[in-house]
Design a protein. Structure first.
Length: 72
């Protein structure tokens, strides 16, 4: 292994950079936190009530509106 020591040094340097920069989230946690509504029929996630209404009217026009629409 001609590059054994260099490889270990490079890995240590990369680990220090990552620790200094802190962990960056990939956005999954933020996306999960933004979901406030789920369609009760197709389980599609919605972030706000207006989007939910538009989805419901477009995808499920023959079904009765869910109770979430009456509260807002």
């Amino acid at each position: 292994m001609t590059r054994g020591l260099q490889k270990l040094q490079a890995q240590a340097k990369n680990n220090e950079k990552k620790a200094a920069a802190g962990k960056k989230s990939d956005g999954k946690a933020a996306a999960a936190a933004a979901i406030k509504y789920n369609c009760q029929f197709c389980k599609a996630p919605m972030s706000d009530l207006q989007t939910y209404r538009e989805h419901f009217d477009a995808k499920h026009p023959k079904l009765a509106h869910p109770p979430e629409f009456a509260t807002a």
